[in-house]
Design a protein around this ligand. Sequence first.
Ligand SMILES: Cc1cc2nc3c(=O)[nH]c(=O)nc-3n(C[C@H](O)[C@H](O)[C@H](O)COP(=O)(O)O)c2cc1C
Length: 337
Amino acid sequence: MNKNTDSIDRRIIDRRLCAAPMMDWTDRHCRYFLRQVAPDAVLFTEMVTAEALIHGDLDRLLGHSAAEAPLVLQLGGSQPEKLARAVARAAPWEFAEINLNVGCPSDRVQSGKFGACLMAEPELVASCCQAMMAETDLPVTVKCRIGIDDMDPESGLDRFVDIVAAAGVSVFYLHARKAWLKGLSPKENRSIPPLDYDRARRLAARCGDLSIILNGGLEKADQASVEMPGFDGIMIGRAAYRTPYVLAEMAQQIFGTALPQRYQVAQAMAEYANSMTKTGVPLHSITRHMLGLYAGQSGAKYWRRQLGEMARNADDAGNFIIDTASFCENLAAKHAA
Ligand SMILES: Cc1cc2nc3c(=O)[nH]c(=O)nc-3n(C[C@H](O)[C@H](O)[C@H](O)COP(=O)(O)O)c2cc1C
């Protein structure tokens, strides 16, 4: 299905655990998979530019399953009027929240003047958010860095947040490192500028009336309880994708929910794959996001190879996933015996 018809639950957003927006990674199939792993986590779309939403195929850009709720739509852009139009166009898909990307450092994004370079223009970000708010009753939120280039991470970040909060934004997802816009690739910008959780924590303490969600470098399950104090939530990116069970373990710590069995996740994905492949979706577009399900377990290598390389040749989507999972489970049982 494409349009989310559940208009009650989608409004309840508990942001204690969020899976980060990631271009080319967190598409609808990935999110459906993550939803099986962490039933309570907030999920984000990949960034969609305002321009694409105004001119593009909305089903392709926004289509998702009701099971993905609560789902946040992340937008990229810096022209208030275009962002407002994009928000209006997205209304029928009933997202839980609309988020503006002020953290992405890629060249492509800088050339369109959006993403992290907007940290230097808080007034413009405030205008963008106000224009977006005028088109929706949903929360409009911002994802940003602690600074860019030689911006002072103390006064610069405080000023940015104060100005944007004055426009009515009360939730900030904070990737706790600077973006260095000159000389680093987007990938390097996710690991080379040092993480500074203390700076993020000072912001959260200073802005008690705002929700500050910590993001960046959280990759071990026990970091959820260690780093959470002082914040309203944590957001997990690469670790959720590469080792999805870490997200499940964090969910268990935060919400007290039972850990899903890997085999049950595989079963749910088998059903999903059966229905999706019937509509023409290649099985590999789904399985490519599931490679980490057995990470650290017996059969991890087999699972990765089967789902990564052999899915293209599989005739029966659901049975292919189930058979591969059964093999891994049997291997684990043998090792445990
Ligand atoms: C492949 C990839 C694509 C990303 N795309 C986006 C994006 O579209 N929007 C965004 O705000 N951040 C994007 N990010 C950044 C993540 O949301 C997150 O802030 C970053 O990876 C740090 O979190 P982590 O250390 O938990 O991965 C991307 C990250 C990766 C690895």
